[in-house]
Design a protein around this ligand. Structure first.
Ligand code: GMT
Length: 379
C-alpha cells in the first residue's frame, strides 16, 4: 500500500507511535510518506520505502497565527496526487483529522483520479483535554465522523471519545506498541555508578515525560520524598517541558539537589530505563501510557495512577501497581515495597515483560493497522 502518515514532530507519544508505525510498515514492504512540520523525534533516514515530506507554512508578517491547518491540508492533497496514496493516516485528531478531511474534499472537488481513504488514530488529549474543549469540540467531532476509519489507543479512550464527543463512528481499539528487540534491559554499570554511587545510594527512581501539568511531575517529587524516608534513593527526571523550571526551583528550595537529576530529553531511553529500579507515572490523565510500557519492557516496575488506559496495560499487584491519583502515600508505599522486597520486584518485572512480549511488540500490533487499512479500502 501507499500510505501518507500525518503526525506531530514534537516529543510525544503520538509522534513516536506514528514514526515507529511508518518505519515498521516500510520494513513490511509498504511505501510510507511521513508528513509533518519537521522530521519527528524518532525519525530514521535511509529506510527503503520511507520518505519524509515537510509541511511548509509560509510566514506573512500581518498574521500572528501560522496557518498550519491550511498548509497541511494542501500538502496532504498534493502528496496524495503525486504519490498516488491509498491511505491518509492522521495521528492525533487535532487538527490532523480535519486536515485529512479537507484534503479529501479538495481531491473530490477536482475529480482527482486518486481519492485515498482516511484513517484517524485518537491518542488521548486530542479528545480528553484539547478536542473536547468547547472551542474545538464541534469541528473535531465532525472531522472524526468524516474519517473512513477511526482507531483509539485504548478501550478507555474509545469510551471517552463516545462520552465527550458523542461519536457514532465505529472505533477500533489498537494499542500502542514498541520494538521489543530494542526495548529490553541493557545494563550500563558505568551510568548506574555515576547516577547511584554504592556508598550514597541504594535505588534509582525514574520518571519520563514532557513535563506538562497532566503528567503531575510535582507528585513524582512528593512520592519520591516519601520513598526517601525508608530507602536511600535518587530520582532521575527525563524530559523537558513547561513545568521543568518550577520543579528545578522546588528541588533547590527543598535541598534535594544531591538526590534529584534533570537529564533533559533523551533520544534513546533504553540506557536510562536499564539503570532504574522503579518508574513513577502519577498522571492526572493517560489514555495509554507509552512511557509505562517502555519501562515495563526494560524490567522496571511501574507505580502509576489508575486513570485512563493505564489499568489496561498494568494489572494492579501483578504487572505493576496502579493507585488512585491522589493516593500519594499509597504510591510511595508500593514503591518502597518494590525497592525493598526482591521477590516482589522479580515477580512483578517478570509478569510485566511477559505481558509486553505477548501483546505489545511491533509484529503483533502493526498487522492490526494493516487490517484497518484493508477494511477502509474495501468499504
Ligand atoms: O499527552 C499528550 O497531550 C499528547 C499525546 C502524545 O502525543 O504524546 O499523548 C497521548 O498519546 C500517547 C500515545 O498514544 C499516549 O501514550 C499518552 O498516554 C497520551 N497522553 C495522555 O493521554 C495524557
Amino acid at each position: 500500500m501507499n500510505i501518507g502518515m500525518v503526525c506531530y514532530a514534537s516529543v510525544g507519544g503520538s509522534g513516536v507511535v506514528a514514526t515507529e508505525l511508518a518505519h515498521a510498515l516500510a520494513v513490511r514492504g509498504h511505501r510510507v510518506h511521513l508528513i509533518s512540520s519537521e522530521p519527528p523525534f524518532r525519525w530514521r533516514s535511509g529506510v527503503p520505502g520511507l520518505s519524509f515530506v515537510p509541511v511548509a507554512v509560509p510566514p506573512y508578517p500581518l498574521f500572528r497565527e501560522p496557518q498550519y491547518l491550511l498548509a497541511l491540508s494542501n500538502t496532504i492533497a498534493r502528496v496524495a496526487e503525486e504519490r498516488r496514496l491509498d491511505i491518509v493516516h492522521a495521528h492525533y485528531a487535532v487538527p490532523h483529522a480535519t486536515a485529512a478531511y479537507l484534503a479529501d474534499q479538495l481531491l473530490a472537488s477536482t475529480a482527482a483520479v486518486v481519492t485515498p481513504r482516511t484513517v484517524t488514530t485518537l491518542h488521548g488529549t486530542d479528545i480528553t483535554l484539547v478536542g473536547s474543549d468547547p472551542s474545538y469540540a464541534r469541528v473535531v467531532a465532525f472531522s472524526i465522523e468524516r474519517s473512513h476509519g477511526v482507531t483509539a489507543v485504548s478501550r478507555s479512550l474509545k469510551a471517552d471519545t463516545i462520552a465527550a464527543l458523542g461519536i457514532r463512528h465505529e472505533i477500533r481499539v489498537i494499542p500502542n506498541f514498541l520494538d521489543c528487540a530494542e526495548y529490553r534491559r541493557q545494563p550500563d554499570p558505568e551510568l548506574r555508578a555515576r547516577l547511584c554511587p554504592d556508598d550514597l545510594c541504594d535505588a534509582l527512581v525514574v520518571h519520563v515525560s514532557n513535563f506538562r501539568p497532566v503528567k503531575r511531575v510535582d507528585v513524582v517529587l512528593d512520592v519520591f520524598r516519601l520513598i526517601r524516608r525508608s530507602v536511600r534513593a535518587r530520582l532521575i527526571l527525563v524530559g523537558d517541558g513547561p513545568d521543568r523550571a518550577g520543579l528545578e526551583r522546588r528541588v533547590v528550595d527543598e535541598r534535594l539537589t544531591d538526590a534529584v537529576s534533570f537529564v533533559g530529553e533523551q533520544q534513546n531511553l533504553v540506557p536510562w530505563l536499564s539503570v532504574a529500579d522503579l518508574f513513577l507515572l502519577p498522571s492526572a490523565q493517560e489514555s495509554f501510557g507509552l512511557a509505562a510500557l517502555e519501562a515495563m519492557a526494560c524490567e522496571v516496575p511501574v507505580v502509576a495512577s489508575s486513570v485512563g488506559g493505564l489499568p489496561e496495560i498494568i494489572e494492579d499487584g501483578v504487572t505493576g501497581f496502579v493507585c488512585h491519583p491522589d493516593a500519594v502515600e499509597t504510591m510511595a508505599g508500593r514503591g518502597v515495597a518494590l525497592l525493598t522486597d526482591p521477590a516482589l520486584r522479580a515477580r512483578t518485572t517478570r509478569a510485566a515483560t511477559e505481558v509486553v512480549r505477548n501483546r505489545y511488540c511491533t509484529p503483533l500490533v502493526v498487522p492490526l493497522y494493516e487490517a484497518a487499512y484493508r477494511d477502509v479500502l474495501a468499504s
